[in-house]
Design a protein around this ligand. Structure first.
Ligand code: FES
Length: 164
């Protein structure tokens, strides 16, 4: 992956987030969550700053980022779509729902559509098993999603984003 150069204000933002958690190594997951919610993803260069601020090794930060499926090192689409593949969702058809998203968007898990609008990821249980199968678009939760609803969800967001 090509190296990216972080803007000074991005580095400052990361430092502020680390400081708000007292630069404690034990707060790594909270720091990663906050940074990802601000920047959208956690590329290697961002992980390096976090490691430095929390006084820990980059390898350890990398280990945590790659262990948890909700952290990503790739830029997300404008509307990141996550499909829960936890047990409750899985048995209620999450796999078919995921296949339908792949088919409609013509991308695989971990990829972003060419227009940068949608990205696809899968998650472990998001704690809303009563609504299984669960799909998240950004922060919004869709429950009891069926394959025929997939296109409607995509269309809804296509319409939301009319910038031009
Ligand atoms: S398994 Fe999907 S929300 Fe719990």
């Amino acid at each position: 992956m090509p190296k990216i150069k972080l803007a000074e204000k991005t580095i400052e933002l990361i430092k502020e987030i680390c400081a708000s958690f007292d630069n404690k190594e034990g707060e790594l997951i909270n720091v990663l969550h906050q940074v990802q919610s601000k920047l959208g993803y956690l590329p290697a260069e961002v992980q390096e700053v976090i490691a430095r601020e929390l006084n820990m090794s980059v390898a350890k930060v990398y280990g945590v980022v790659t262990f948890y499926s909700f952290f990503t090192m790739k830029p997300q689409g404008e509307f990141p779509i996550s499909i829960c593949m936890g047990t409750a969702c899985y048995v209620r058809g999450a796999e078919q729902v995921l296949s339908e998203f792949k088919r409609q968007l013509k991308i695989e898990v971990g990829q972003t559509t060419a227009d940068g609008k949608f990205s696809l990821s899968s998650l472990r249980c998001v704690g809303a098993c009563g609504l299984a199968p669960v799909v998240m678009v950004g922060e919004k939760v869709f429950g009891r999603v069926t394959s025929p609803q997939v296109l409607k969800i995509i269309e809804e967001y296509k319409e939301v984003n009319v910038e031009e």
